[in-house]
Design a protein around this ligand. Sequence first.
Ligand code: UT7
Length: 331
Amino acid sequence: MGKIHAAITAVGGYVPEYILTNQELESIVDTSDEWITSRTGIKERRILKGEGLGTSYMATQAINNLLQKKNIDPASIDLLICATTTPDMQFPATANLIAANCGMTNAFSYDISAACSGFLYALNTGAQFIESGRNKRVIVVGADKMSSIVDYQDRTTCIIFGDGAGAVLLEPSEEEVGVLDAILKSDGNGWVHLHQKAGGSVKPASIETVMAKEHYIYQEGQTVFKFAVKNMADVSAQIMERNGLSGDDVAWLVPHQANLRIISATADRMNLPEEKVMLNIQRYGNTTSGTIPLCLWEWESQLKKGDNLILAAFGGGFTWGATYVKWAYNS
Ligand code: UT7
C-alpha cells in the first residue's frame, strides 16, 4: 500500500449579507475610499449582524454548504477542527458548538488558535490524522467574526477586517494529491505588535479594561507589515524550492488576504503573474482564519485535478507558513 495523503475533497463557504463599504466607513472615521483602496486593496467587507450570532453560526453555514453540495452525512465525520481568533466564548471550544449544530454526532472537535495562520495550522493538523490512518473524514473550518473585536473608532484597524468562514473536507487518497508539504513557523516575541490586551488570564475583563478599550485589536500596522512581507514571501519561496517547483509549475497562490501589497510582494517573489493569484480582499477584507478557505470556495469551479497550489499566511503571534496542496478533483 502506498503512502496515504490527505486530499481536500470538498469545500464550503459563508459570508454574511451585510456589506460595509469604504463609503460607509468614510462616514464613521476620518478616512477615504482612495486611502483604503491604495493602501490595502479593500473596497468592502461583510459584517455579521444579529443578536446572539457569533463565529459558530458562520462556520455552521460554511460546513452545511459543504455537506449539502457533496451529499455527505454529518454523522460520518470523525473530527472537526476550527481555526478561530474570535471564539463564541472563552470555553467551550467553538468547534464543539459547530459539531453539535451540524449534527456531527460521531466527531470529536477542538479549536486551534494561530491568528491569521490558523487555517494553515489546522489544515496541517487535520491532515496528520488522515495520513496516520487514524481518521477517514476530517473537516477543517476557518471562521472569524472580526467585527466583534474591532474598534470602529480606530481607522487603522476598522478598515481592514471583515467576517466570514470557509471549510474543507479531508479524506484519504493513495494518489499523489492533497496536502503534500508544509512549512509552519511561529515567533511569540512578535506578540507585542499585534494582540488583544485584556480578556485573557493575564488581564481579565473589568470595568477599567472595557473603558480603556482593551478588548479590541491592538496592531502596530507598519511593523506587522514589514514582518508579513518578508516572512510570507520567504516561506512561499522556500516551499517551492523544497518541492522543485518553479513559477510555471504553480497553478495558484492562495494567500491570506491581509493587504494587497503583501500579496503582490509574495507573488513577485514566486514569479507568479497576477492571474494565478486568488484575490478577494477587495470584497471581504481580512477575515483572519476565513481568508484561505473562502478563496478555495470561490475558485473551486476553476480548479483542476493535479493543479499545484501554494497556500501562504502571516499573522498575529507572530505565526506564518506555507502549504503545498495538489488539487484532488475536478468540480
Ligand atoms: O492579517 C494579520 C496581519 N496584519 C497585517 O498583515 C496588516 C499589516 N499592516 C498593514 O496592512 C498596513 O500597515 C496598514 C493597512 C494597517 C496601514 O497602512 P500603512 O501604509 O502602513 O499606513 P501607516 O500606518 O504607515 O500610516 C500612514 C498614514 C498615517 O498618517 P501620518 O502619520 O503619515 O500623518 C496614518 O495616520 O496614514 C494614516 N492612516 C490613515 N489615513 C486615512 C492610517 N489609517 C488611515 C485610514 N485612512 N484608514
